[in-house]
Write a protein that binds this ligand. Structure first.
Ligand code: GAL
Length: 636
């Protein structure tokens, strides 16, 4: 469990570097991430490399005792490269090039950019791959940030056609799969197929789903290209990418298979402010973030990293990019850090060392201020660094698995049917229901090994196939599948047997009709109120939403959060787990033989009924103030 920081030596006078490095060590940091936007300084003119400054920066950080995570600079191709090759620029949904002047201005399908990115990665890794101070590599930075997975460029269109030809072989098969007979959309060759943008009304959903699969595959290929080059030079070093919060536009499990570690960037306050929560929730958790935001992503990305996860950028104070940007409650930076470790993070690294007094992110706090004095978070980091010395537990798998599938998110998003049927929110609410009961959760792709889990829940897997149905039937876990599971084939069609398709035998239901409900409509249901979505299950009374078939259960509605928690509680008890109803805002997490408690609530909470009365606390005590953390040993 290590602490680190993101640092930009190119932003500061060289004679500050050694002092910065010394202060990082003194603060308790042992890792530093650098380099990910520095292309214009590494290669100021085409083919002319300036390594001197980076050599000295790396040596300075290394000799201070910091392990360096070096980023490839491909998120920011320099101006000269764009001017020479404007075909690198991605195109927006109207087909217009997005311009130079910020970042991520490249098209994943650009052959020129693949070549140029490979060239710069090769150059940087050849130079520093075996440097003793460089212990890990970050590929690019936040794939997809600023809506950059899809590009509607001529080159992406050509690549899409090749992707379709490889998938379908003959265009007749594409026509059949997509149902193009509808509205005379039939194609005579793959060359006739365009990306699904700028159509008069909704484009064919199967076309859109294939486009999203294609766009995701382009990200996977781009990342794999970098990972392969890094591995060829940087023997034994970890390859990592920093994923984002609330972001599903490419398949992170697929990218994760080419990484050693899944990293992610945790900004709990920014995401609460710009997210879907109601005004009361945003007010209550204004300075803490949603109690499940960080946990959800820790568990999701630990799954994508096959057990290995880092927080690469941790919010240290107000950010600059949400509509409103409050400061964290005193203690929250410490809480977020401890919570990350409790969820299995090997590293928590803060963004950034010092607030920049210039350019786009000058309103974004760091661990230190532009005047070089410590900012508020620095004290909390010191505290965690001191506390860490006493605790060294090892993670173990949870007993609850939540299935999460990116293609399912795309499919449901393409035809929401109810405007607020947000599939990510559905997954988040299911996760929150489990976490509000004190249960630890592993978030896994549906093809993961599910053995050993006592409770397996799937908020929605619309394209569930016979393989998943078979594995669920063969496991002895209690199973809960959510609305719209099994409702489509991989070609985006309604299954011949009606939903839940291949899950019908397991779940013992047939869905004959679905309806969506506008905001504000709450209808009675059994076991609790229904909003947004309800399904009609053949032979069942209309108010019933929970359908049991032995150990397997189907939930045929979007339940109000309290009702959902009751459902999870009942199933967890059936599964032999030990759910406890936690006070609102309290969250628990077990790491080996240590149980942690985190108080996100703006009021103090008691651990009575949660921690044993005679608990010997490693951190905190039986009452937690706002932003409080407690930890005690428990038999695993
Ligand atoms: C992240 C990004 C960083 C920085 C940060 C600001 O999305 O990776 O480069 O922009 O946000 O919060």
């Amino acid at each position: 469990m290590r602490l680190g920081v993101c640092y930009y030596p190119e932003h500061w006078p060289e004679d500050w570097w050694a002092d910065d490095a010394r202060r990082m060590r003194e603060m308790g940091l042992s890792r530093v991430r650098i380099g990910e936007f520095a292309w214009s300084r590494i290669e100021p003119d085409p083919g002319r490399f300036d390594w001197g400054w980076l050599d000295r920066a790396i040596d300075t950080l290394h000799s201070a005792g910091l392990g360096i995570i070096l980023g490839t600079p491909t998120a920011t191709p320099p101006k000269w490269l764009i001017d020479r090759h404007p075909d690198i620029l991605p195109c927006d949904a109207h087909g217009r090039p997005r311009r130079f002047g910020s970042r991520r201005h490249y098209d994943f399908s650009s052959a020129t950019y693949r070549r140029e990115a490979a060239r710069i990665v090769e150059a940087v890794v050849a130079r520093y791959g075996l440097h003793p101070g460089v212990i890990a590599w970050q590929t690019d930075n936040e794939y997809g940030c600023h809506d950059t997975v899809e590009s509607f460029s001529p080159e992406a269109a050509a690549a899409f056609r090749r992707w379709l030809a490889a998938k379908y072989g003959e265009v007749a098969r594409l026509n059949a799969a997509w149902g193009t007979v509808f509205w005379s959309q039939e194609y005579r060759s793959f060359d006739e197929v365009d990306p699904p943008n700028a159509t008069v009304t909704e484009a064919n959903p199967a076309h859109r789903l294939d486009w999203r699969r294609f766009a995701s595959d382009e990200v996977v290929a781009f990342n794999r290209m970098q990972a392969d080059i890094i591995r060829a030079h940087a023997l034994g070093r970890d390859v990592m990418h920093n994923f984002m919060g609330n972001f599903t536009a490419f398949d992170h499990h697929a990218v994760g298979r080419d990484l050693d570690v899944a990293g992610w960037d945790s900004y709990p306050l920014g995401f609460l402010d710009q997210g879907w929560d109601d005004a009361a929730t945003k007010a209550r958790y204004l300075r803490q973030g949603h109690p499940d935001f960080a946990g959800f992503h820790h568990d999701l990305y630990r799954g994508a990293g096959r057990g290995r996860m880092w927080v690469v950028e941790q919010q240290p104070g107000p950010v600059n990019w949400a509509p409103w940007n409050p400061a964290p409650l005193p203690g929250m930076v410490r809480l977020w850090t401890w919570e990350a470790f409790a969820h299995g993070a090997e590293l928590v690294s803060y963004f950034r060392w010092r607030q920049a007094p210039f350019a786009q992110e000058q309103m974004h706090a760091g661990l230190t201020r532009p005047d070089r004095v410590d900012d508020v978070a620095a004290g909390e980091v010191r505290q965690v660094a001191a506390e860490l010395r006493g605790i060294t537990p090892t993670p173990a798998p949870a007993k609850v698995a939540l299935l999460f599938d990116y293609a399912s998110i795309w499919l449901l998003d393409i035809q929401r049917q109810g405007r607020d049927f947000d599939p990510l929110r559905l997954a988040f609410e299911w996760y929150g229901a489990l976490r509000g009961l004190g249960l630890d959760v592993d978030i896994l792709p549906p093809d993961a090994d599910l053995s050993g889990y006592r409770l397996i829940v799937a908020p929605s897997v619309p394209m569930a196939d016979a393989d998943l149905a078979g594995r669920l039937a063969a496991s002895d876990a209690v199973v809960l599948m959510g609305p719209r599971s099994g409702s489509k084939t991989a070609d985006y069609r309604i299954p011949d047997t009606l939903p839940p398709g291949p899950l019908g035998a397991l779940l013992g239901v047939k869905v004959t009709r679905v309806e969506s409900l506008r905001p504000g409509i709450v209808e009675p249901g059994e076991p609790g109120p229904v909003l947004r979505w309800r399904e009609h299950v053949e032979g069942a009374p209309p108010e019933r939403t929970l359908h049991a078939n032995g150990r397997a259960h189907y939930l045929s509605a979007w339940l109000a959060p309290d009702a959902l928690r009751k459902v999870m509680q009942g199933l967890a008890e059936t599964a032999g787990l030990d759910p406890v109803e936690l006070p609102e805002g309290l969250r628990l997490r077990r790491l080996g033989d240590v149980r942690f408690a985190f108080n996100y609530a703006p009021e103090a909470v008691s651990l009575a009924g949660v921690a044993p009365p005679d608990a010997a606390y490693l951190l905190g005590g039986a009452t937690l103030d706002p932003a409080g953390v407690a930890a005690w040993r428990e038999a695993p």
